[in-house]
Ligand binder design. Structure first.
Ligand code: FAQ
Length: 323
C-alpha cells in the first residue's frame, strides 16, 4: 500500500503534469484547477497591480471632470472614469479567484506596499492632457492588454476581453480631443503638442523595463501569461503611433525616431530609465498625492462597505430562515 506521503507526491506530480499539459496545449487554467504556487503568485502580483492601476488611474482624469470644456466632454469623461473603476472591479474579482481577499489587496495599496503603473504618477495641468492620456496611455494599455486576452488564466483573460473593448473607445475619445485641439487656434495646437511632449516618454515606460532587465518576463511568457516581451510591445506601440501622429499633426518628441528598413521597425532614442526607477521608488511628480487621495477615498467609503456588508448579512439571514 502506498504511504500517504508518497501518495501526495504522486498526486502532485500528476497535477503538475496536467498543468504543464494544459499550458503546452495553450489551454486555459481555471480557478478549480491545480496550479503551481509560483504561477498563482505571479498572477496575483500582475492582476492586483493591474487592478490598482485602474483605480489610481481614475485620479489624473477625474481632476478635469468639473472643468471639462463642454457638457458633452464632461459626460464622455465621466463615463470613461467610471469605466476605469469597473475595470478595477473585474480585475480584483479575477485576483480573488486565486485566493487573495480584496481587503488585503486594498490594504497593500493604501499602505504603499503595492505597485501600480508608473504612468499615473504624472500630473494633468491642461485639458489637452485628457487627449494625451486617451491617445497615448489608453493606446499603450490596449497594445499591452490585447495579448492578455489570451492569458492562460481564464478569469484574467476573460476580464481583459471586456476591458479592451472599453479601452478602444477611450483611445478614440483621446485621439478626437487632440484632433479637435489641433484643428483649433494656435494656443490650442501648442497645448496639444505640449501634452504629447509630456506624456510620450512616460507612455513608453508603461511597457516595463527593457527585456534584459525584466526579471518576470521569461517565466510569464513560458506560462502563456505574457505573449510578447516588454520591448516587442513597446516597438509595436511606436509603430502604431507614427501614422496616427501624422493624422493629428503632432510631433513625437524623439529626434532619433526613424524607420529602419532592415529591421522593419522604428529606431528610437534611449528611454530615460532613471526617471522610470525614480517613479517606481515613489518619487514621481504625483506619487504622494495619488496615495493620499486613495487613502482618503478609502476612509470616506467605509460607511458604504459597512452598509453593504450589513445588507448582505441580513439577506443571508432572511434566506436561511426562509429555507
Ligand atoms: N509601472 O519583470 P517586469 C491601465 C514593475 S494600463 C510600475 O517586466 P512584468 C489603463 C513590475 O511590476 C496600466 N511598475 O514585470 C488605464 C515588476 O515589479 P515586481 C496597467 C512597473 O510584470 C488607462 C518590475 O517592474 N496595466 O491601467 C512598470 O513581467 C487610463 C519588473 O518588471 C497593466 O498592469 C510600470 N510601468 O511586466 C487606466 C497591464 N513596469 O512586481 C486609467 C498588465 C514594470 O516584480 C486611465 N501588466 N513594473 O515588484 C503587465 O502587462 C505587466 O505586469 C507589465 C510588467 C508589462 C506592466
Amino acid at each position: 500500500m502506498t504511504a500517504p506521503a508518497d501518495l501526495t507526491v504522486v498526486e502532485n506530480e500528476a497535477a503538475q503534469a496536467r498543468f504543464d499539459d494544459l499550458i503546452a496545449q495553450d489551454s486555459r487554467i481555471e480557478p478549480r484547477d491545480w496550479m503551481p504556487d509560483a504561477y498563482r503568485k505571479t498572477l496575483i502580483r500582475q492582476i492586483s497591480q493591474h487592478a490598482h492601476s485602474e483605480i489610481i488611474g481614475m485620479q489624473p482624469e477625474s481632476n478635469w471632470i468639473s472643468r471639462a470644456p463642454s457638457l458633452k466632454r464632461k459626460a464622455i469623461l465621466l463615463a470613461k472614469v467610471q469605466d476605469e473603476a469597473g475595470h478595477g472591479l473585474y480585475l480584483y474579482s479575477a485576483a480573488q479567484t486565486l485566493g487573495i481577499g480584496r481587503e488585503e489587496m486594498m490594504q497593500q495599496l493604501i499602505e504603499g506596499r503595492a505597485r501600480y503603473s508608473s504612468i499615473f504618477n504624472y500630473t494633468t495641468p491642461t485639458w489637452a492632457d485628457m487627449g494625451a492620456i486617451g491617445w497615448l496611455v489608453d493606446g499603450a494599455a490596449i497594445c499591452n492588454q490585447v495579448p492578455l486576452c489570451r492569458a492562460s488564466y481564464g478569469p484574467y483573460g476573460r476580464a481583459m476581453v471586456r476591458i479592451c473593448k472599453e479601452e478602444s473607445f477611450h483611445q478614440r475619445q483621446g485621439f478626437e480631443i487632440l484632433l479637435e485641439l489641433m484643428q483649433g487656434t494656435e494656443a490650442q495646437r501648442e497645448m496639444a503638442q505640449d501634452a504629447v511632449n509630456r506624456w510620450y516618454w512616460p507612455s513608453l515606460m508603461m511597457f516595463g523595463p527593457p527585456d534584459d532587465e525584466s526579471p518576470n518576463s521569461a517565466q510569464s511568457m513560458a506560462w502563456n501569461i505574457k505573449r510578447f516581451s516588454n520591448d516587442d510591445l513597446r516597438q509595436r506601440f511606436v509603430g502604431m503611433l507614427v501614422p496616427q501622429a501624422e493624422v493629428l499633426g503632432v510631433t513625437l518628441p524623439d529626434p532619433n525616431l526613424a524607420w529602419n528598413e532592415e529591421r522593419q521597425a522604428y529606431d528610437m532614442s534611449e528611454i530615460d530609465w532613471t526617471e522610470f526607477h525614480e517613479v517606481l521608488a515613489g518619487r514621481g511628480p504625483a506619487n504622494a498625492e495619488r496615495l493620499r487621495r486613495r487613502r482618503e477615498a478609502h476612509e470616506e467609503g467605509a460607511w458604504v462597505r459597512e452598509a453593504a456588508a450589513e445588507y448582505a448579512r441580513k439577506q443571508a439571514l432572511k434566506q436561511q430562515s426562509a429555507a
